[in-house]
Each structure stands twice: as C-alpha cells, then as structure tokens.
Design a protein around this ligand. Structure first.
Ligand code: WTA
Length: 655
C-alpha cells in the first residue's frame, strides 16, 4: 500500500459531543429522499417571506428552473433587519481586521444602518431594480455593505476580485452593462497599499454604460478624479437616512452576477437569483458547519471577490445571524502566524479555507500554529480543490487539535452553495473525499455516454436534479448556458466538468477538472484565456498553456510559446529571460497577477494531432517532468524531442 493510500484509508468518527447536539442528524437524508421538494420548502421556511410561494419548483422548461414560484422576499431584510427586529441588534455581525492591524466591530444594528444609508445613496444616484452595479473593492466592511445595499433595492451586484486587471474589469463592465462602479482608492496586501482606482479609471473610460464611480477612502493614496462622475462614498453615503423600507422582490429576481472562467477566452457571467439561492446557502451554512448563532465565531478566510465569499462570508452567515470574522490581508503579513493570532483573538470556532493555504502552512511548519491558542476551534472546512489526505490530516491535527471534523465541501460558482460534503454530526470522515451529496441533492458518476456507474469506478460528475441555488443562466447568453452545462447528457443533466471516483462504499472523490480549466490556488483560470493573452503580445506567434501539478497551489500555469520570426532573435539572447519576464507581466496586466504563468518555455513547435489540436497531455508531461505518454497521434513525433531538448528552458518563477 502506498503512503497516500494508507492515509486515505484512515477513518474519523463523529465526535460524540458534537453528534449529541448537532443542528442536523442522520435522519435528514431519509427525510429529503422521501420528498425532495418538501425538504427544500422546509429549508426555505427558515427565511422570512413577504409572500410564500405557490409552487416549489417549476422545471417544465429545462434547463431553465424556477424555484419558489410566486414567492416574494427581500434578501437584505433576511440578512440584517429581521435579526435586529428579533432583538439581536447588539450581536456582532463582523469582527473586521485590516492588514495593517486596524480593527472594526460591526453589530447587526450598525450593519442595518449602514446598509440603509448605502441603499438610499444608490437610489439618489438613480440606480433602479434590475440595474447592474460593479463592486471592485478590497476586503473591507463597505464591500459587504455595498452588496447588501444592492440586494435591498433589487440592483444586481457584480463583484470583480480586486486582484483582477483593468482589462478584466472592462470586459466585465461591458458584458454586464453596469451603470455604477463602487470601488476604493486601494487596499492593503502584503504590507503595502495597492491601488484600485487607476484600474477603474482605465476600465470605465472604455465602457459606455457607467455613469458614476463611488470611491471608499481606505488607503488615502492620491487618486485621479473625474468631476461629475466620481463621488466619495463618505460624501454620498454618510449624510443619508438610516431608514429605508425594503421592498420584496420575486424569488427569481436576479441577485448577482459572478464571472468565472470557462473553456473559451470569454468569462461567463454566472447569474444567481434570490429565493432559492438564499435558501440553500443559509441551510448549508447552518448544517455543514453546525452553526450555533449564539456561541460560534465563524471565519471564511477567502476573498469576497469569489463565490465562496458571496455565499459564506456574506449571504449564508448573515441569513443565519452568525458572528463572522473578516480579514483584509494575506496570511504572512506581518508574520506567518497572522491567521492563528486572529483565531486566538476572536476565539474563532469554525474556520473555512482552501487546501492551498493549508499546504502553505504545512510548508511553514507546525511550530507556528503551536504558538497560539486554537482551542476555540470545533469545526473546519475546506473548499476550492481536492484536499490531499496529507493536507487534510495536517489540518485536522495541527489546526484542529485532533478534535475538529474537517468538512471537504465540493461546489462551484455555478452551484451557488455546497453540494457534496460530509455533515459534522453524521459522517464518519475519510481524508481526501467530499463523500456524500447533501440531502436534497442528486449527484452521480457517469461514463462518457452518461450511464450511471456503480461503486469502485471512475467517471464524470453530473447533477441529475435541479437544486435551489443553481445558476439560472449565463448573463445575456442562454445558448451558452445550455451548451456548456446541459447538452452533453441532455437538457436535464448538469455536467459539472469534474472527474470523480466512487469508492467501494459509494463515497465520492473529486479528481479535478476534465476540461481546459486550471485550478490555481483554488481559482479557476482557463487555459484559453491565458493563451489568447499571450498571442495578443506582439512577439508571440502561438501559445499553448497547461496546468501542471504544483505542491502548493494545486496547479501552476505553464506556457509554451512560439515566437514570431522577428522576435526569435530576442528569444535566443540571454536565453530569453527578459522576454519571458515581459510575457509574464503582460499576462498579469491583461488578466490579473493570479494568471501570471509560473513558467514560460520558448519552443520552436507545438505538438499537434493530425486534426490540428494541440496535445496538452504531452505538454503536461513535459511540464511535470514525466515520461512522455503515447505520441502516435502526433503529426510529427520529432516535435517532442525538440521541445525536450530545450529543457531546462527559459523558465522563471520569481514569486
Ligand atoms: C473545484 C469554488 C474538489 C472543482 C467554490 C470545481 C473542488 C471548481 C472542491 C469550482 C472540493 C471546488 N474538492 N474539487 N472540495 N471544491 N473544487 O467555481 O474542480 O471557483 O469544479 O467554486 O473547483 O471552482 P469555483
């Protein structure tokens, strides 16, 4: 037995104390399988509706689902006001900590006032229900306030991760037709103030629909100012009334758009709606983390710019009246114990993060967490990529003190909420496996033809029933929605794009993407997107990009480029180092620093099949320094020896 198989075969029973008083017990699976829709209706009843629904699900026109048809609710009211009305106004909603060490505590009553003020400001600026509002912010409380203010007036927020470039922002503004941008002068990352406003200025100058830019003062750095268009947040928001009467919207009213990488260069605007989304994020947050709103301190250590932040920093926790921690910066600033210090200070009891961070902590060593009191922790979570058993066990032991169950949650931007995960009071855990579809969720592993596979087999993951938090479409492109997710196995089967294995007990192990989407530090980046960025550079004739396995980030981006004739000389000089650096910077500027290739190899040719398709499999073999697989379908098998001869080629990883 290999070491990793040995680790995989370890089992962790449910802690007795937790099982005795957990929010959900084993009967919940039974209950949901008896009547799936009645189960989801009961979870929807955890929310406050102005008008209840006539029908739980309308699936008469797949894949276009409608959940809680005829129901009306206000999402922001559910996240904030109702807790204040119930007498919990003094409860802390967020313990916020800035990277430089500044702190703010925001109670539910304060959050309600701030959200009302921001909602009134948006109305004053002419934002109407259905309008799109872009949010390009650091991790500060105003980001959450802006999102809730949009939800409150029925505007559709479109948060763009602050690490994305002006180009990426411009294309998202364009595609969504946003009328307003909410941003900040900058934010703190890795010990320095990093600017956001210049990217907004650049992007907005290219996008016709944006009327105003509202700027939060965070870093106090100098900003360029466009009179008439730009407004300080403190000027427009602070003077508003703290009263605003929320209006109820249809359950299917759009709540937000979140762009994510697909297999083509153009990101997809994943659209989520209100009632079903809030039902599932609230229920999963409560059930999967066993949230006890009166005693727990919950921390999703992720950025609000990703779906994890939307569902488990903002909507799930607030709907459940959780007390959360929100942290602006990076784990190593100003020292490598920063996260543990935060857990210690706020007595965090539930921590949710990504495997890439856990592997980084492993690399830094167990002595660092050991210096802090982490005894408040009781449940841990993981998301974004498969967690290898080694990292799972390290997390369990060195962060969780051996007593905290680890919830390995599989889900996607598209699914909106957790789909496959253990439950802390129910499941005997297997390190490395997400294990079980949640109650009310139907996930299967199928072969290439869509036939369901039995236990002990490997295939493709599909979802065979609609679920409340599912995406409703790709913004402005229903056809792409159908083509991407609902055509491979028919219009009623959702193709997730992940490979999966079912073990002998029927537990599910996720195996990573089966398409051309890379997963770098839990972030999805499309190979095509990086390729088109590279070929847009004047020196590059052709480019092929692969995700090579990486011990820390899961996958690392490796690019193979063929230079244009006149640039070839450049490629040869200094072994091309300058040019490689230039290309890496170019991609970072084009898409964002997370898309910067770890390594770029300048080659003469790329391996192609007779039909002209680049054989990424072989390039991955090269990038991962493996023996080459089958080369018989290559047009010219000498290409691979040409590429291999070039190794170690011009490569680089300076950060
Ligand atoms: C991967 C993040 C294995 C998967 C919430 C999926 C996972 C993609 C897990 C979605 C997990 C996410 N185990 N793989 N627990 N969680 N993934 O849209 O490939 O950024 O398709 O959503 O991440 O990434 P996204």
């Amino acid at each position: 037995m290999s070491e990793s198989t040995e680790l995989e075969s370890r089992r962790f029973p449910v802690p007795e104390q937790l099982a005795a008083r957990a929010n959900v017990g084993p009967e919940v699976y039974e209950e949901a399988s008896r009547d799936r829709l009645a189960f989801w209706a009961r979870q929807a009843e955890r929310l406050t509706w102005e008008q209840t629904w006539d029908q739980v699900l309308d699936w008469t026109n797949p894949p276009f689902a409608k959940w809680f048809v005829g129901g009306r609710l206000n999402v922001a009211y559910n996240c904030v006001d109702r807790h204040v009305e119930a007498g919990h106004g003094e409860q802390v909603a967020y313990h916020w900590e800035g990277e430089p060490g500044d702190r703010r505590t925001i109670t539910y009553a304060q959050l309600k006032d701030e959200v009302c003020k921001a909602a009134n400001a948006l109305l004053e600026l002419g934002v109407q229900a259905g309008d799109r509002v872009a949010v390009y912010m650091p991790m500060i409380p105003e980001t959450v306030i802006a999102m809730l203010a949009c939800a409150r007036i029925g505007a559709v927020h479109m948060v763009v991760f602050g690490g994305f470039s002006a180009d990426a922002l411009a294309s998202r503004l364009d595609d969504s037709g946003a009328v307003l941008v909410i941003t900040a002068d900058g934010g703190y990352r890795r010990g320095a103030a990093s600017a956001l406003k210049p990217a907004v200025d650049d992007a907005v100058s290219r996008s016709g629909a944006v009327r105003n830019v509202v700027v939060v003062k965070r870093t106090e750095q100098d900003v360029d100012w466009t009179e008439g268009r730009d407004l300080w947040w403190h000027d427009v928001v602070d003077r508003q009334s703290t009263e605003h009467t929320p209006e109820a919207f249809d359950a299917e009213h759009p709540l937000y758009i979140m762009y994510t990488s697909g297999t083509t260069a153009k990101p997809k605007g994943i659209m989520h709606t209100s009632g079903g989304y809030l039902t599932q994020v609230a229920w999963t947050h409560w059930a999967v983390f066993d949230l006890q709103p009166d005693t727990d301190v919950f921390w999703t250590a992720a950025d609000v710019g990703w779906v994890t932040g939307h569902s488990y920093i903002v909507y799930g926790p607030l709907a459940n009246r959780a007390t959360s921690v929100m942290y602006e910066g990076t784990p190593e600033t100003p020292h490598r114990g920063r996260w543990f210090e935060i857990i210690d200070r706020y007595e965090v009891s539930i921590l949710y993060t990504a495997p890439t961070v856990i592997r980084t902590f492993m690399k830094w060593g167990e002595d660092i967490p050991a210096e802090f009191d982490l005894s408040s922790l009781r449940v841990l979570g993981s998301v974004g990529e498969p967690i290898n058993p080694e990292a799972w066990l390290w997390y369990h032991e060195h962060i969780g003190g051996g007593r905290c169950p680890v919830m390995d949650t599989w889900w996607q931007t598209e699914t909106g909420a957790h789909m496959i995960t253990p439950l802390p009071g129910v499941t005997t855990l297997k390190p490395g496996s997400a294990q079980t579809p949640l109650p009310g969720i139907s996930a299967k592993v199928v072969d290439d033809e869509g036939n369901e596979l039995g236990d002990d087999t490997t295939g493709l993951l599909v979802l065979t029933e609609p679920w409340p938090a599912m995406l409703r479409t790709i913004w402005g492109d229903d056809d792409r929605y159908v083509d991407t997710y609902w055509s491979r196995f028919g219009r009623e089967v959702y193709f997730a794009g992940d490979g999966a294995k079912k073990d002998a007990d029927g537990d599910i192990w996720l195996l990573g993407r089966v398409d051309d989407v890379m997963n770098v530090s839990g972030h999805r980046i499309s190979t095509t997107e990086v390729e088109s960025s590279l070929v847009a550079h004047p020196t590059v004739a052709e480019a092929a990009v692969v995700g090579a396995s990486d011990p820390t980030t899961g996958q690392g981006i490796v690019a193979f480029v063929i230079l244009r004739g006149d640039a070839e000389q450049l490629g040869r000089e200094d072994s091309g180092d300058d040019l490689v650096q230039q290309l890496r910077q170019h991609v970072a500027k084009d898409i964002g620093p997370i898309a910067k290739p770890r390594q770029i190899m300048v080659v003469q040719e790329l391996p192609k099949t007779r039909s002209g398709k680049i054989m990424r499999r072989l390039l991955r073999d090269v990038a991962e320094d493996r023996e080459l697989g089958d080369v018989t379908t290559l047009t010219d098998s000498s290409v691979m020896s040409l590429i291999k001869d070039k190794l170690p080629a011009t490569s680089s990883s300076d950060d």
